[in-house]
Design a protein around this ligand. Sequence first.
Ligand code: IPE
Ligand code: IPE
Ligand code: MG
Length: 231
Amino acid sequence: MTNVPTHVAIIMDGNGRWAKERNMPRTYGHKKGSENLKKLSFYIFDQGIKYLSVYCFSTENFNRPQEEVDYLMNLFVEKFQTEFSEYKKKNIRVVFSGRRENLRADVLKAMDTITEETKENTRATLNLCLNYGGQYEVIDAMKKIIQENIAIEKITPQDLYHYMYQDLPPVDFVIRTSGEKRLSNFMLYQSSYAEFYFPETYFPAFDEKEFDKALDIYLHRDRRFGNIKEK
Ligand code: IPE
Ligand code: IPE
Ligand code: MG
């Protein structure tokens, strides 16, 4: 399809509320959300989208009760060790964005394994934002620039992408499920000219049909990049 966004970013929100509506624990929502991500991501890549970034865990999510943090970390390890082999088979490269500090050794190991196993894949890229914060990302980019003695006056906005956790194209389309209308520290720099969409649906219920709706909305948006509207 022509004009599909190159880079889609999803803030996967509403797992807890989805579970609560069903009188289930929040953790059940996370489990269903992770199952949905797998199915939905394959569908998104089938639409010809080359880059998909998803918000899995923010730096601020460490403020949640330890029990929930532990559940999520265990879920990540389990998914990366088992189901993620399907990304390998489907020629999808899996990369991570975020700080390694504060992550458990088994989580880091599972992340490194899947990164290594998929690094030569060329069909599309799945960027998992885990222990991710957009403000820290800018700070960490600044640190790299200083450490590498780069002449700061020569740096262009495009150059800065190179120092981010992953050197990916700008985000074209940000979807945040669950009706919340905020970025919560997600890809602040990369989303500077993105289109935004805030469906009410909770993430575990955000299926292929919902994505079709979202894509249709994106395709009808008028992206101007500061220019005037062309007729
Ligand atoms: C998003 O769902 C998943 C993570 C933040 C890890 P939430 O857990 O934030 O669900 P709600 O927003 O409480 O419903
Ligand atoms: C943002 O959702 C983080 C993820 C989806 C992983 P939160 O649910 O943590 O965001 P706030 O706290 O409502 O802003
Ligand atoms: Mg939430």
